[in-house]
Design a protein around this ligand. Structure first.
Ligand SMILES: *[C@@H]1O[C@H](CO)[C@@H](O)[C@H](O)[C@H]1NC(C)=O
Ligand SMILES: *[C@@H]1O[C@H](CO)[C@@H](O)[C@H](O)[C@H]1NC(C)=O
Length: 683
């Protein structure tokens, strides 16, 4: 609202007065001189007893209240002034009362900048033995009492006198005012003081005061103690640890109790996460969102009685890190033991080992589900370089592999014998022996042992030994001329001896051919076996080869001689029969050593066309049965052969035999005519 001055000076003057008036409503008249709120009363006390004068004033500014005696401040050991209401109230307490010394007028003065007021009260004192009838007496005064905080305490008081005395209470020399306690403190009809929901401030020295027209009487004081239960903080819900996915959220609850109740806050390392002025009591929930890193959060509960802490681990899951480079702790010919450092602060479910032989085309082999940080990889090849690496697996997956470690397995004795042993006569009594390295040396070959004997039936320990280093050829001297020796060779590493080669034989006579080499079986049918070999070494030309073969089943031994060649097919053999073969070369100087025997079983005769009826006899016993001798009978004919020999067959079987294309029994009979006759009879 704009003020317009041009309406004239009178209007302006009225407006000014109005504004001043409005302004002074609030503050101009706020200053007031003191006025008594509580006016002290004249008192009649009993000698040796107590009296209190209570004086309280109000005003603005707040007045100061004090007590004077004859215009001077009271000052005595027995006369005490107890201030209250910030000095706007004062109790004058005299104890013990002395008559007549204390019988005076006492002035309560209330004073502020606006003025000063005084009220005078007089004190009379009566000796105990001169008390008038009806002077108040305390029949039962309050007793010392202990109350638990928040419980109800009752201070008892009973008094008598004529007229009935009024009872009031003092606490710590100040009047108790139930009216100001919002109903928490009551004075009961009996005079007792009842304090509900007691507080620590209720603790103090209580006096019950009985007064009537005759005078005033104080009870003995009684202390009320308010006991506060003191319980140091403790957690009722410990913060729990959590594993969460990257960027995840989690709420962590922490609850602590105690008396007094503790404050609860969260910290990350030394950083406060709960603002100091918003610290909740008892319970604090930490809300974490978008968590990227693992961290340890600390819940702190504190009261005047102590500080406690609990840590919640928040683990953000991620692929595990690569473990430390494995360390080889032990190697054997077939195993490598490694240990490694986890390299992961967070839990690892298990580890995976990958290893491979160090060669260009080898693939990694995997060992899964290892829960320790030490492992022996078994089933390895001896004397082989391996590379090994480890990776860790957790609930998210497999982490990157560690650096590789390289390890060589230990050596072992050779696993296979030297190959292609050859022996040649080089003089009357010397043989040169040569061979090839074993296929599986299993380490560094340190040398070879050549065993030889004239009597191969002797145990190996009785044979003679000739050791060879760094060579696959050697010469054995001092042999007995014209004798046949058997020779076997083995290889050894630093760890031990390998197996013996097959024996070779050599006849110590110059000019006699050596043993044919690589004597072995080629194509096999049901009636033939092909044999192959390398030509026998010989100074004199080989004239002929001699082959011996036999069948342990049949108990026969056959011999064949043929022109020099490197293959031969032995024919006319029986089907499904074991044969052994042995070959020697012959020169003008004589026959050389035979090879070792090799065994071969001829093939199964194929179906029915191979069934050969050797003898077919119409027996005299019955008209419709034939007696056959067969070599082999096709199973499809359901003709059971348990042994070779003469068997009885029904006619129907023979017919089926013929129908299946079996050779007719025409040529192998002891008597052609008798067969024909019999056949005719049959037909
Ligand atoms: C955490 O508590 C807040 C508030 O109560 C709620 O909105 C939120 O969904 C809770 N988060 C989790 C991960 O429980
Ligand atoms: C959390 O505390 C644990 C136990 O003391 C400790 O192993 C881990 O490394 C700590 N984690 C972080 C992220 O500090």
């Amino acid at each position: 609202m704009a003020v317009r001055v041009d309406r004239g000076p009178l209007l302006s003057m009225l407006l000014f007065i109005f504004i001043i008036f409005i302004f002074c409503q609030n503050s101009c008249d706020a200053l007031t001189a003191p006025q008594f709120l509580k006016v002290p009363m004249d008192q009649i006390g009993v000698s040796g007893g107590v009296v209190s004068f209570v004086c309280q004033a109000t005003g603005d500014p707040k007045p100061q209240v004090f007590w004077n005696k004859k215009g001077k401040k009271v000052n005595s050991q027995r006369i005490e002034t107890i201030e209250f209401d910030e000095g706007a109230g004062a109790v004058l307490r005299i104890q013990p009362l002395r008559a007549p010394r204390d019988e005076n007028a006492y002035e309560c003065v209330a004073k502020n900048t606006e003025g000063e007021i005084t009220k005078t009260s007089t004190l009379s004192i009566i000796r105990e033995d001169l008390l008038p009838f009806g002077f108040p007496s305390i029949d039962m005064g309050p007793q010392l009492k202990v109350v638990e905080r928040t419980r109800t305490a009752t201070m008892l008081c009973a008094a008598s006198g004529i007229p009935d005395p009024e009872i009031s209470w003092f606490k710590d020399f100040l009047p108790v005012e139930p009216a100001l306690s919002q109903g928490r403190i009551k004075q009961l009809r009996s005079g007792a003081l009842q304090i509900e929901r007691s507080e620590e401030t209720d603790q103090g020295k209580y006096e019950c005061v009985a007064s009537n027209a005759q005078g005033v009487r104080y009870s003995s004081p009684a202390n009320l103690y308010v006991r506060v239960r003191r319980v140091p903080p403790r957690f009722t819900i410990l913060p729990s640890s959590h594993e969460i996915m990257p960027g995840g959220s989690v709420n962590i609850t922490c609850v602590a109790v105690g008396s007094p109740m503790p404050y609860v806050k969260w910290m990350l390392n030394s950083e406060d996460l709960t603002p100091e002025d918003e610290m909740p009591v008892g319970r604090n929930v930490l809300e974490l969102n978008g968590v990227r890193e693992s961290a340890n959060y600390t819940c702190v509960a504190m009261s005047s009685l102590g500080i406690i802490e609990a840590v919640a681990q928040v683990i953000v899951k991620s692929l595990p890190r690569a473990p430390g480079t494995p360390i080889v702790t032990e190697t054997t010919p077939t195993s490598v033991t490694i240990t490694w450092d986890s390299g992961n602060p967070d839990p690892v479910s298990y580890y995976i080992i990958q290893y491979r032989a160090r060669s260009p085309d080898s693939k990694f082999e995997t060992v899964d589900s290892i829960t320790t940080t030490r492992y022996s990889i078994g089933g390895l090849y001896p004397n082989t370089e391996y590379e090994i690496r480890v990776s860790a697996v957790n609930t998210i997956g497999q982490g990157p592999p560690s650096n590789k470690v390289e390890a060589r397995t230990g050596e072992q004795a050779p696993a296979s014998p030297p190959r292609n042993i050859q022996a040649r006569i080089i003089s009357q009594n010397a043989v040169m022996v040569r061979w090839d390295e074993p296929e599986e040396p299993n380490g560094m070959i340190k040398g070879y042992r050549v065993y030889y004997t004239m009597d191969p039936s002797q145990p190996m320990s009785n044979w003679q030994i000739h050791n060879v280093q760094d060579s696959t050829i050697t010469t054995i001297h001092s042999l007995v001329p014209s004798e046949t020796y058997t020779i076997r060779v083995l290889a050894f590493t630093s760890v031990g001896d390998g197996p013996f080669s097959d024996p070779v034989h050599v006849k110590v006579r110059p000019g006699v051919p050596g043993q044919p080499g690589k004597f072995s079986v080629g194509k096999v049918t049901d009636t033939s076996v092909e044999l192959t070999w390398d030509p026998a070494y010989s100074k004199e030309p080989v004239k002929v080869y001699e082959l011996i073969y036999k069948s342990p089943d049949l108990g026969v031994q056959e011999k064949r001689n043929f022109e020099p060649r490197t293959a031969y097919v032995v024919e006319g053999l029986r089907a499904n029969t074991e044969y052994t073969f042995s070959l020697a070369a012959v020169s003008n100087k004589g026959i050389g050593a035979f090879t070792n025997e090799i065994s071969q079983r001829t093939a199964q005769a194929s179906m029915c066309e191979r069934d050969r009826i050797i003898q077919c006899v119409k027996p005299v016993l019955t008209e419709n049965q034939w007696m056959l001798e067969v070599e082999h009978v096709c199973p499809v004919l359901s003709v059971c052969v348990t042994h070779r020999g003469l068997l009885w067959y029904p006619d129907s079987a023979l017919e089926r035999l013929e129908a299946a294309g079996a050779e007719r029994p025409t040529s192998v009979f002891p008597s052609q005519s008798s067969l024909s006759e019999r056949k005719r009879e049959h037909n």
